[in-house]
Design a protein around this ligand. Structure first.
Ligand code: ADP
Length: 593
């Protein structure tokens, strides 16, 4: 920014010059007045002295009848003393005048100086002389003859003579003043520079500091005040340098951390503009990590899903977590976590996205799923063939007890294998459908599903003499995949039978909650220790290894239940108390409309 102000030196210097000129003018004006009145007084005294000198020579002349001689004498005295001399009688008649013909002159009794002299004092006056046609200074003294006032003697000189002398003095004064002013001008300039220089040095130093050059301190010059100012600014520069150093170190640290992070980091402001992104995020979206901040996110990351997620995260105060699929030449799976970004005064300035690339994990999962599905599928044929062969042998060689016993063992283990393979195939199918979004959901009454599940477990229920109660309103409907849900309920019922004592009670209940529909299967069997509950729905997880195997479990039943619930947008929960029983609950979203 350019300030339209005069430099300090150009403010001080003219002020000093103006001050000197005004002091000189005032002093000159006062001095000239004093000088003038002093000179006038001196001249008047001089005229009086001249009159007093001339007066004795004219003693007794006032009554003389030889006017011509008197006139000649006055004219001689006048020219000798370069003064106009006039002799005036008591009645005002001019007896003789050095510069004029007395006979032609009018009565002078009313002239101010004459009036004063005739009253016995020294008369003075400066006025215009009609006789000579110019301004004169008059001094008149009384003249006595025989002790009585006989008239007055007047001396005069032209004012122009006095003024000419004064002019000469004035000229010298002005010249003297000019010389002083000329001599003082450089001194003023030097003084102005001396005052403004430290400030100019400080301004240049402050500008240097502003540019970031904080190493060179300001010189401590000038007055105590400017010296203190320079010291304060130097101190400020030292502290600023320290602070900047700390900030830079901190920024480098943050840069290094962000750069090394495997997770992508994207900070977006409230207007959906990129504040910054780290190397991992730049690589993820194939953009430059050094792109200009402030570019709209829609321009930088062309992924509709992510843009929608950011808009949603910006519209709410709570953190948001979602798994998104990025479409493009390479399909990517991202786990995105959005946290609100707050500014200095706790106001929200945007959101911070942390992106975990799950693509590799998903690929491995897919390979694993395909492998399990393929292996299960391949195993199914030989296992079925073994079953057939063993059953035939059992029928044909019924007499040999030993072979019967071994054949029974083979058949039992083979049946377990069949169950395992079928469960694995079911699990793969459900997972596949859920991933591809192909799980078909329809709004259907729940009690029908529960009844079908009961029918499917009928044999087991009877064998175990289980007393099953189904509590479900006929009107209760939900958006479900009926066959999948039926399978899940069958798994839960099978477990309830397996882990209950014969004759025990099992209650299946379906109820409508605020936003969900809950289907619970409660048994009063052995129950499960708390430590097993968090991992219970994992594949092949068994709470009680020995017991489960004996009961012929595959370890996949609950994993299937969990996947069935998830495929329908729901979840599964368990509460259990050892020795009291367990409650498995499937929670499904409520059907809308
Ligand atoms: P399995 O086919 O072995 O029963 P599941 O996945 O169905 O496999 O069950 C996993 C484990 O959970 C079982 O091994 C068992 O220990 C425990 N479990 C499941 N249901 C019950 C239940 N109703 N009561 C007690 N334990 C149960």
């Amino acid at each position: 920014m350019k300030l339209n102000r005069r430099r300090l030196v150009w403010q001080l210097y003219p002020s000093y010059l103006l001050l000197i000129f005004s002091v000189m003018l005032t002093a000159g004006w006062y001095l000239s007045g004093e000088l003038r009145s002093f000179h006038y007084r001196q001249t008047a005294d001089d005229l009086r002295a001249r009159a007093l000198l001339v007066e004795p020579q004219l003693q007794g002349q006032l009554k003389s009848i030889d006017r011509e001689l008197l006139d000649l004498q006055i004219k001689r005295l006048g020219s000798q003393s370069a003064t106009r001399i006039t002799l005036i009688r008591k009645d005002g008649q001019v007896l003789a005048d050095s510069d004029d013909d007395a006979a032609k002159m009018d009565n002078h009794s009313q002239r101010p100086e004459v009036l004063q002299a005739l009253s016995g004092q020294t008369g003075k006056s400066v006025r215009f002389s009609n006789t000579l046609g110019q301004s004169l200074m008059y001094v008149a003294i009384p003249v006595y003859e025989m002790g009585a006032l006989a008239g007055c003697l007047r001396t005069a000189i032209p004012v122009s003579d006095i003024d000419a002398t004064l002019k000469g003095i004035y000229l010298q004064l002005i010249l003297g003043g000019l010389v002083i002013a000329i001599l003082l001008a450089p001194a003023c300039w030097w003084l102005s520079r001396k005052l403004s220089r430290p400030l100019e040095l400080m301004t240049a130093g402050a500008q240097r500091f502003a540019r970031g050059d904080l190493d060179l301190p300001l010189p401590i010059t000038g007055s105590a005040e400017t010296g203190r100012l320079a010291m304060a600014m130097n101190q400020m520069a030292v502290e600023l340098a320290e602070r900047i150093g700390r900030e830079v170190a901190q920024r480098n640290e943050t840069e290094a951390i962000l750069g090394c992070m495997v997770e992508g980091i994207v900070a977006v402001d409230n207007d959906e503009r990129v504040i910054r992104l780290n190397m991992a995020a730049a690589e993820l979206f194939a953009v430059s990590p050094h792109l200009q901040p402030g570019r709209p996110i829609q321009e930088v990351i062309r992924q509709a899903e992510l843009q929608r997620f950011i808009r949603q995260a910006l519209s709410q105060q709570e953190p948001l977590v979602e798994e998104l699929v990025m479409h493009g030449p390479n399909k990517r799976y991202l786990h995105v976590q959005a946290t609100p970004l707050t500014g200095k005064v706790d106001e929200r300035i945007g959101v911070l996205l942390v992106l975990h690339d799950l693509t590799r994990l998903r690929q491995l999962e897919s390979v694993r799923r395909d492998f399990v599905a393929n292996v299960s599928h391949e195993l199914k044929t030989p296992i079925t063939a073994i079953s057939g062969a063993v059953e035939t042998l059992l029928d044909e060689d019924a007499t040999n007890d030993t072979s019967q016993r071994f054949l029974q063992i083979i058949l039992k283990q083979n049946n377990r294998l069949i169950a395992l393979v079928e469960d694995l195939l079911d699990l793969s199918r459900i997972e596949q459908e859920a991933i591809q979004g192909g799980c078909e959901l329809t709004i259907a009454p729940l009690c029908l599903v529960l009844e079908r599940a009961r029918a499917a477990c009928e044999t087991q229920l009877q064998q175990q003499q289980i007393d099953l109660h189904i509590n479900c309103s006929e009107q209760l409907r939900a958006r479900i995949n009926a066959s999948l849900l039926e399978q899940a309920i069958i798994n839960l019922l099978t477990n309830a039978c397996k882990y209950s004592e014969p004759g025990a009670q099992v209650i299946v209940e379906a109820t409508e909650l605020a936003t969900q529909v809950s289907i619970s299967v409660q048994d009063f069997g052995c129950g499960i220790e708390q430590e097993h509950l968090p991992r219970l729905f994992e594949r092949f997880y068994r709470a009680d290894q020995a017991r489960t195997r004996n009961l012929g479990g595959t370890g996949l039943g609950l994993a299937i239940v969990k996947h069935v619930a998830q495929a329908q947008g729901g979840e599964v929960e368990v509460t259990s108390t050892p020795g009291v029983g367990s409650i498995f609950t499937i929670l499904l979203p409520k059907a809308r409309g």
